[in-house]
Design a protein around this ligand. Structure first.
Ligand code: IMP
Length: 189
């Protein structure tokens, strides 16, 4: 899995437990911050997967994900990790989001995750989304990123108040990984 984000890797490893053993960038000795210069989640996810395939000659998948907020015309979107600038900080990003939405009644948002897979030299894309709302204040200590502000539709708690398995069952990443698993199970049987 082409990621340096330990939280993402842990979420995906939990979903793939008993199905597939994954190596992350650290495991294969890749210490570069892989460039993400695309304009879409799809392009960025594929860029990361292609980088590893070309430089390390390994089948590989990468996820690109982010928060898409209605009232902000889709921001932070592909810029979610560095919304409040460098160095990237979840706390600063959440603070900026709360400030921008301070007088906003439309709190609708979604998380999007695109997984790009290179398998036997072929490229594949899998997508997952989860709809929700942005809270007025932070709640919970689990997860990462915008989790303390994101309340998925149909729940009264944020992602950061869920245990990891509960989040994985409904999250954008969980849904994209489910599609990846379905594809791989078919390919590997
Ligand atoms: P990426 O590493 O370029 O895909 O950046 C993803 C960024 O989107 C993260 O740094 C978080 O800010 C945000 N994000 C993506 N998925 C999640 C999630 O499951 N919970 C909270 N924030 C997320």
């Amino acid at each position: 899995m082409a990621t340096g984000n330990a939280h993402k890797a842990a979420e995906v490893a939990q979903l793939l437990d008993g199905i597939l053993e994954i190596q992350t960038l650290k495991d294969i000795g890749c210490t570069t911050d892989i460039p993400e210069t695309g304009n879409t989640f799809e392009a960025n996810a594929m860029q990361k997967a292609v980088y590893v395939f070309e430089n390390f000659n390994k089948d590989c998948f990468a996820d690109d994900s982010g928060l898409v907020v209605d009232a902000l015309d889709g921001a932070p979107g592909i810029y979610s990790a560095r919304f409040a600038g460098e160095p990237k900080s979840d706390a600063a990003n959440n603070e900026k989001l709360l400030q921008l939405l301070a007088n906003e009644s439309n709190r609708k948002a979604k998380f999007v995750c695109v997984i790009a897979l290179i398998f036997k030299g072929e490229k594949h894309l899998f997508e997952g989304e989860v709809q929700g709302t942005i809270r007025n204040s932070l709640s919970g200590r689990e997860g990462f990123g915008y989790d303390p502000l994101f309340q998925p539709d149909g729940y009264a708690i944020t992602f950061a108040e869920m245990d990891p398995a509960e989040k994985n069952a409904i999250s954008h990443r969980g849904r994209a990984v489910a599609k990846l698993i379905e594809f791989l199970k078919d390919e590997l049987k």
